[in-house]
Design a binder for this molecule. Structure first.
Ligand code: AMP
Ligand code: GLY
Length: 437
């Protein structure tokens, strides 16, 4: 097959730190020959930091006709979709129908994230390791099932809930409360009309991001997120407070096992079920004492996993995503930098519950070598100042020859950023650092 020429104009859809990292990676193309011109990149809707790098257009991520119209008007040759919501709504289907190549699965593939029950049934059907679970729409049988299982137990809303639809209950009363909340209380709306009650898995979590194109795939560097808001993994779950890569707990032998038992069979199962999946399959894995087990699939890059994984990739990220979108991924190799990467998320005090917006952010005038600030919830006010505009505000990523040096550099920048309501965890990477990395 003759590979198709790389696109010259790209649209990145989204507004988080993940999309800022994607924009930077797509701009940062290795130069192919003297005088090579990089692609034109635009973003919708973006944020203050992305807007400092590329033109941004105020089209909401769920405005599918608006995004297609923007792509057509700007003569975009390739769209890269960041978040799950537009994918689940069918943005990739619409772009393809309009003849615009897209990285990100169609709605059928995005169901792997949009319905935890769909994914659980697929995993069980194909014998891929995952926790035992019951599926319920009625309270009484759900409560009866709970009494037959061990505590802790996990109660999950079926649909998308912005990362908040999972309760890891440490008492029967808490589990019962979660079941009632979801099935009777209307918590999470239609996303919670069906629930999963899943056995609790124990171990360390790792995020395996896989670029998938039909039956072909490329596994990206490993990473580990920190889901809880507080130091020492305390407090409520969040979208992710920080990441590092590589996750050395995933030894080469373990990664081979994850590929053999989880990645390969999952990709084949998805294809066997008739989904022509072209995008990121994010496999959330628990490394249990008896082996790796799937916690969840996401149909997109992770946030903040992307902010450590992409900067470590030496290969041309645009070419990788483009080949996946075009069905030309077979044989694609990945060159990865030997450096360690860490990303510390700066959130607004109070996240993930109530937090203020509109606080001014002051940035250090110079950044240390190989430190990047990725913007997430930021905007510009009328006076042109950068202000907080979301729960997760910034991600500070540092690359260095050791994880410790990367952490030192990232934290120096976190401390130097001025913002009255900033909050960040102090222990990103601590698990691996305490193991002596
Ligand atoms: P999810 O929304 O599926 O990513 O779940 C959010 C978080 O809940 C995961 O990252 C885990 O930390 C935790 N979790 C989900 N399922 C389980 C499980 N079966 N056992 C233990 N923890 C879980
Ligand atoms: N950081 C976890 C996620 O993106 O879902």
């Amino acid at each position: 097959m003759i590979p198709s020429a790389l696109p010259r104009s790209l649209l990145v859809v989204g507004s988080g730190g993940r999309e800022h990292a994607l924009v930077r990676a797509l701009l940062r193309r290795p130069i192919h020959g003297a005088g090579a011109v990089g692609p034109r990149v635009i973003c919708a809707p973006g944020n203050a930091g992305i807007a400092a790098d590329v033109p941004c257009f105020p089209v909401a991520i769920d405005d599918l006709p608006g995004i297609v119209a923007l792509a057509q008007r700007e003569q975009i040759e390739f769209v890269v979709v960041g978040p799950e919501v537009p994918l689940a709504l069918g943005l990739a289907d619409r772009l393809q129908a309009a003849g615009i190549p897209v990285y990100g699965p169609k709605a059928d593939g995005a169901r792997l994230e949009a319905s935890k029950i769909f994914t659980k049934e697929l995993l069980l059907k194909y014998g891929i390791p995952t926790a035992a679970a019951g599926i319920f729409t009625e309270v009484a049988p759900a409560l009866a099932y709970l009494r037959t299982r061990a505590i802790p137990i996990v109660v999950k809303a079926d649909g998308l809930a912005a990362g908040k639809g999972v309760v890891v209950a440490t008492s029967l009363a808490e589990a019962e409360g979660a079941v009632r909340d979801m099935l009777e209380g209307g918590r999470f709306g239609s996303s919670g009309r069906q629930i999963l009650i899943e056995d609790c898995l124990f171990g360390e979590e790792t995020s395996i991001l896989v670029v998938v194109s039909g039956r072909d795939y490329v596994i990206l560097p490993t990473s580990q997120d920190h889901k809880r808001v507080g130091d020492g993994d305390t407090g409520p779950n969040t979208g992710g407070m920080g990441t590092y890569s590589p996750a050395e707990v995933v030894t080469p032998v373990l990664l081979e096992r994850i590929e053999r038992e989880i990645v390969w069979p999952s990709v084949q199962a998805i294809a066997d079920e008739g989904m022509d999946y072209r995008g990121t399959l994010f496999v959330g894995i628990m490394l249990t004492p008896t082996g790796p087990s799937v916690i969840e699939f996401n149909a997109r890059f992770g946030d903040p996993e992307t902010q450590v994984v992409l900067p470590r990739i030496e290969s041309d990220v645009l070419e990788l995503l483009w080949r996946a979108a075009r069905g030309e991924l077979a044989g694609q190799q990945l060159a990865v930098r030997p450096d360690y990467a860490i990303c510390v998320v700066i959130a607004a005090q109070g996240y993930p519950d109530n937090y203020a917006k509109g606080d001014e952010i002051a940035f250090p005038s110079v950044l240390p070598d190989r430190v990047s600030i990725f913007h997430a919830g930021t905007a510009r006010d009328a006076a042109g100042r950068v202000i907080t505009n979301g729960g997760r505000v910034l991600g500070v990523t540092a690359l260095a020859p050791t994880l410790r040096a990367a952490a030192t550099n990232a934290y120096a920048v976190c401390d130097a950023i001025g913002c009255a309501t900033k909050y960040f965890r102090r222990d990103i990477g601590a698990r691996q650092l305490n193991r002596g990395s």
